[in-house]
Design a protein around this ligand. Structure first.
Ligand SMILES: [Fe+2]
Length: 388
């Protein structure tokens, strides 16, 4: 609910996903699947994880436990709408009865979208936008998500994001009924993630937490989770990028991703995600890169609205008191620079003639409603133009 002139937002807490967190949880996967009565597992993943041998390990473990496993490994980064259709085809052909996503947000979103299409028909586009078809609760197909990056929080979120490559736009589907039934978060799956992916997914975690915290729909519940996630990112993201073998840092980043995901389920996001979706749609920039690039600029735009909140973000991020809200923006800017996030839109393939279209499309985003400071198309153009 958007903040009105009341003392405190009314709030509602809903966490439909059963979360199993901790190093070694992968071993529990067969027992977790058994709880959902699945016997024929449709594994949804990407080719990188197949090449790394992760999928073979997971499939062997499930085969030993008596499950039939069919692997769909065609999920690409920022998955297209067609990819969802191909997962649906694979599921139907193999006569599977459960979806297991192993991968980053792309594979998890593909599985979440596939369940929607299998149980309610149509195409992903039908469930997005102003005239979106309503999403019903009932589906007898369980979705289990096993994230291999610390980033999107998709293992617990009510969102699925898909690329409509025909129209160069991102399509977002939103419903609590999109959330996976179970999330198996085993941080050991993130230990071999390379630095540039760790950086892009980690800065996305920070953006989820910051936007959830500043959101017009924030509540004491979402703010508490968001601040803890910011604290964890501040203390661990650099370590996870530079010393990937630091297991504690990896564990804390997985925790941060999870908490930030639960936080933004309850408060939505804001202008950084609205602009980043438009940038990704126009120039095919990976989500985390577009987010990391825009986060400091959008924070700077939002700063006049609530200086106190900025001080608390700065304190959580740095672990020491911050007395000037500008410092918080500088802390975030320095973090993005340190971990190698590009600093200009022109560095990531955005051209000057795209800026107006990006600004126009940003205004269509649902996330914009939740940004603490209203923004017109002109405001957004000025923000992206300054970052060009
Ligand atoms: Fe994100």
């Amino acid at each position: 609910m958007v903040r009105e002139m009341v003392v405190m937002n009314p709030f509602h807490i809903y966490i439909p996903t059963s979360v199993h967190f901790g190093e070694g949880q992968l071993q529990e996967l067969p027992n977790i699947i058994k709880r959902y009565m699945g016997t024929k597992v449709q594994l949804v993943t990407d080719q990188g994880l197949v090449k790394a041998g992760v999928i073979e390990r997971v499939a062997a473990q499930l085969n030993t436990a008596g499950f039939q496993v069919d692997v769909y490994d065609g999920v690409e980064p920022d998955p297209g709408i067609d990819t969802v259709d191909r997962v649906v085809e694979a599921f139907n052909e193999a006569e599977s009865d459960l979806l297991l996503a192993v991968g980053g947000g792309s594979s998890i979103d593909a599985a979440k979208g596939a369940r929607l299409i299998i149980s309610q028909g149509g195409n992903i586009r039908d469930y997005s936008g102003i005239n979106a078809k309503p999403i019903r609760e009932a589906s007898n197909i369980p979705v289990i998500a096993m994230p291999t990056t610390a980033g999107t929080g998709s293992e617990v979120t009510f969102f699925g994001v898909y690329s409509d490559w025909e129209n160069n736009v991102k399509v977002t589907v939103t419903s609590p009924f999109l959330a996976p039934n179970a999330a198996v978060v085993d941080p050991s799956l993130t230990y071999s993630v390379p630095p540039h992916v760790t950086a892009a997914s980690g800065i996305d975690v920070l953006a989820h937490a910051v936007e959830a915290y500043l959101s017009r729909a924030s509540s004491p519940f979402s703010e508490t989770l968001a601040l803890r996630a910011i604290e964890l990112v501040g203390a661990n993201l650099r370590k996870a990028v530079f010393y990937g073998e630091d297991r504690m840092a990896r564990n804390y980043m997985s925790e941060a991703s999870l908490l930030a995901g639960i936080a933004f389920n309850h408060s939505f996001l804001g202008l950084t995600h609205a602009i980043a979706a438009a940038i990704s749609g126009h120039a095919h920039v990976p989500h985390g890169i577009a987010i990391g690039l825009m986060l400091p600029a959008v924070m700077n735009y939002n700063l006049p609205v609530d200086a106190d909140k900025f001080l608390r973000i700065g304190q959580a991020l740095s672990g020491s008191p911050v007395y000037n809200p500008d410092e918080t923006v500088e802390l975030v800017q320095t973090l993005t620079r340190d971990i190698g996030i590009p600093q200009r839109l022109s560095d990531v393939g955005v051209t000057k003639d795209m800026l107006e279209g990006i600004a126009r499309q940003t205004l269509e985003s649902v996330q914009l409603r939740f940004n603490p400071r209203p923004a017109t198309e002109r405001d957004v153009f000025e923000i992206v133009n300054a970052m060009f």
